[in-house]
Write a protein that binds this ligand. Sequence first.
Ligand SMILES: Cc1ncc(COP(=O)(O)O)c(C=O)c1O
Length: 414
Amino acid sequence: MSSQGQPRRYFDNAATSFPKPPAVGAAMVRYMNEVGAAGRGAYAEARQGAAVVQRCRERVARLVGSDSPERVVFTHNATDALNLAIKGAARAFAQRTGRRPHAVITEMEHNSVLRPCNELARDGLLELTTIPADPATGEVDPADVIGAAAPGRTAFVAINHASNVTGTLQDIAAIGAGLRALGEDDDRPLFVVDASQSLGHVRVNVREAHIDLLAFPGHKGLLGPTGTGALAIVRGVESRLATVREGGTGSVSEQDTHPAMLPEKYEAGSHNVVGIAGLSEGVAWLLERGIDAVREHEVALMTPLLGALESMRADGVRVLGRAPIDRRVGVVSFTHADYAPAELASILESEFGILTRAGLHCAPLVHRMLGTSPDCSPPGQGAVRLSLGPFLQREDVDAAVHAVSAACARGAAA
Ligand SMILES: Cc1ncc(COP(=O)(O)O)c(C=O)c1O
């Protein structure tokens, strides 16, 4: 309950999903209390741990259309998966060609793509091209992305599938097809997709979109616990992806260099077996329900939410990035003429029990493009973000709309 007695309604699913299906926590507690082993070894509990990890790999592989569970590599989160994709691809390119790699990214990227790329660029290890987006919708023109990529020069193209600020979906199928048309050999740029806000919300299939490396968290749309994520690596791409971390794998221990087989090549150190046990149940829930049903529910919530916020325009509300419903996910950010976003978020929480996320959402280029970044003139301060999840209901959305409307009417009257 909020301090005013209302129920607390969680609208920060873009940060991490909550609640989780009950089976997620139950599987974690059961593993922790009844199994416990790290999942490597020959005794029964160790084999049980390995089976838990393998079952999760199989479920995730099914969800993303990977042809083999071994091609799903577990990471700590999406950031970790993106660091592996970006740094591993850049390093392998430099090793193979002896040249500095080039990469193409977009203005819509999260810091988990921007920062690793900028770090490499600062050290002279990457040349970067950033493709602008349409400020009205947040969409990037696939032709601009494909046109900036050159076989033999561009190591990878990395793109955010769904924006964590505007919810905008990019046309990854068109970009993937265009990049494939540049050639099929080792010279073609690898296609890296950040599916942090799309996987578990819309259909994502590595084969259909010609994705080489799909990075995603386990703790957002896949409904698993924090501390989980994965990188799906399409067959053959491992020869173009160097390791960024080496260590123990519980296999070929006589060898003092890191093994080349998957998934061990990219999984140094002990697994987060407890987390993976939970993630497995989150993915099972999604597979059972079906992405189409999850999407339908999200659209049924997103449509009235967007409609209501848009109708408050005369009261000072501005919705950021207005892509049509079929080209966006349930991440809705807005500003109000009379409130700093942090102030409005605080009122929504303390008076109405609505939990939102205010600020720049780790996406500085998106906010600069929208004029809501602190370095814009007049100074902006980000936005308030409402992000949907599968356990929210229409009454939650109605309560959020009522809260925004009441707070904004008061702001306008003050
Ligand atoms: C678009 C996008 N990419 C990457 C990330 C990073 O995800 P994680 O917190 O799992 O590292 C986020 C998280 O907010 C995101 O929204």
